[in-house]
Write a protein that binds this ligand. Structure first.
Ligand code: F6P
Length: 373
């Protein structure tokens, strides 16, 4: 019997999504004769039953295009904002899945999407997921697609900032995405030869950073590039946030939990603008003129790199194979040159951060990069 599958992309977009949709769609249709539809704008499209038929003509010419032809959103199935209220819409999504007589729902996304897919799995949907995000922070997979492209963009930015920092004898601080994981800042910082790299996994002491920069000046290098992950924080801020998180975890009742969560959200909000404060503080402490560049969404836009196209294509193809074998409730993880079906309960809630003994950390220290500790 012909199988039918639905595909959606959720969370922040990421280069390589279209390459994955193409590989999955073409393999599913051409090798297995499956019918393929796409839901628009992530889980919201599944709830609102907004679909697009993915025939071979829609799947051609998209390999190299950035973003996602399906659209995306950050909506969560169990907490959907609707007309000023937040509602659990999982049952409506299950109904729409059955309306289309689907045999599987493929969700392409990062950590949040893995969780949301898992929530739908618990409601009886045959879900299978693919790991995408520029942050590279999904557990259970060697790597996520989108990361390599963003790494290239951030590295090129650091290369370009070098010449202007050098000409003006300035400190240039560059803020790099990555949410609460330091992969992108660390990778681009090493590849671009940043003098200081600050990541969330290693809380920093601003005085140590200033000292490293002053030491460079004394050695005749009166400019510095400081690569800062958006989630990086000082030792003091890290301590305050850790305590606030513990309070949420240890809250004894609903009321206390709500209060602790509000406090935590306030503290997290204060983190915005942190890199600007760091830039100003470094100027004060070193006497060197300092400038801040925030790379922001530039890192997520545009053409996927060759490595991301390859990764997304092979995971997309493997996904079609797994569906044909009836393997559900799994993420199609990258493992070496191949792909592995990892049960979703081993992925959910396991954010992959940079281990402190990771070879990249060892290498950064080896070449004399200051990591702020
Ligand atoms: O998860 C990808 C990511 O780009 C993070 O690096 C960043 O913190 C976040 O998304 C930004 O989200 P938004 O596009 O919703 O502002």
């Amino acid at each position: 019997m012909t199988k039918s599958i639905g595909i959606l992309t959720a969370g922040g977009d990421s280069p390589g999504l279209n390459s994955a949709i193409r590989a999955l769609g073409k393999t599913a249709q051409e090798l297995y004769g499956m019918e393929v539809i796409g839901f628009r704008d992530g889980f919201r499209g599944l709830m609102e039953n907004r679909t697009i038929r993915l025939k071979s003509e829609n799947l051609s010419g998209i390999l190299t295009i950035g973003g996602t032809i399906l659209g995306t959103s950050r909506d969560k199935p169990h907490r959907m904002p609707i007309g000023g209220q937040v509602m659990d819409m999982r049952d409506v999504m299950v109904d729409n899945y059955h309306k289309h007589h689907l045999d599987a729902l493929v969700c392409l996304g990062g950590g949040g999407t893995q969780k949301n897919a898992y929530r739908l799995m618990q409601k009886g949907i045959n879900v299978i997921t693919l790991p995408k995000t520029i942050d590279n922070d999904v557990g259970g997979t060697d790597v996520t697609f989108g990361f390599d492209t963003a790494l290239g963009i951030a590295t090129e930015a650091i290369d370009r900032l070098h010449s202007t920092a050098h000409s003006h004898h300035r400190i240039i601080v560059v803020e790099i995405m990555g949410h609460n994981a330091g992969w992108l800042a660390l990778g681009a910082g090493i590849a671009g030869g940043a003098d200081v790299i600050l990541i969330p996994e290693i809380p920093y002491d601003v005085k140590v950073v200033a000292q490293a920069i002053r030491q460079r000046s004394r050695a005749g290098k009166n400019f510095s590039i400081v690569a800062v992950s958006e989630g990086a924080m000082s030792l003091d801020d890290a301590k305050i946030l850790r305590r606030a998180r513990e309070k949420v975890e240890k809250a004894e009742n609903k009321e206390a939990r709500k209060k602790a969560k509000t406090k935590l959200a306030e503290l997290e909000k204060q983190h915005v603008g942190n890199t600007l404060r760091l830039t100003n503080r470094l100027e004060e402490l070193t006497g060197l003129e300092s400038r801040l560049t925030i790379l922001g969404h530039l890192q997520r836009g545009g053409t996927p790199s060759a490595a991301d196209r390859l990764l997304a294509s092979r995971l997309g193809t493997a996904c079609a194979h797994f569906i044909s074998e009836g393997k559900f409730g799994v993420m199609v993880a990258a493992r070496g040159d191949g792909a592995e079906a990892v049960p979703l309960d081993q992925v959910v809630g396991r954010r992959k951060t940079v281990p402190l003994d990771h070879p990249w950390i060892v290498s950064a220290r080896g070449v004399g990069t200051c990591l702020g500790d």
